[in-house]
Design a protein around this ligand. Sequence first.
Ligand code: FES
Length: 101
Amino acid sequence: MAEWGDERTVAVTLVLATGERRYQVPVTGGTSVLAVLDHIQRHLDPDLAYLASCRRGFCDVCVVRVNGKACRSCLQLVEGDELRIEPSRADRAIRDLAIRL
Ligand code: FES
């Protein structure tokens, strides 16, 4: 397990209705999945759509599937060297990772 502050790069694959998109994202032991999505949108893919509001685990709008498991992206810390991120409900996807609530 990565220690807090150790820098590394993770391979991120977004599994979207329009196809897969791949990125390399720098993280530390304390990086959340939502921070990974923020990094992608700010630095790599400004068109990426996803939902977030409270960023503290209260509202549930940020739920996505990470490596097959549903989680709140704001609370889920990055584990391992590869992330496959999908909408929490593909049948409700509006665009990219954003779903109809
Ligand atoms: S942004 Fe509200 S629970 Fe994650």
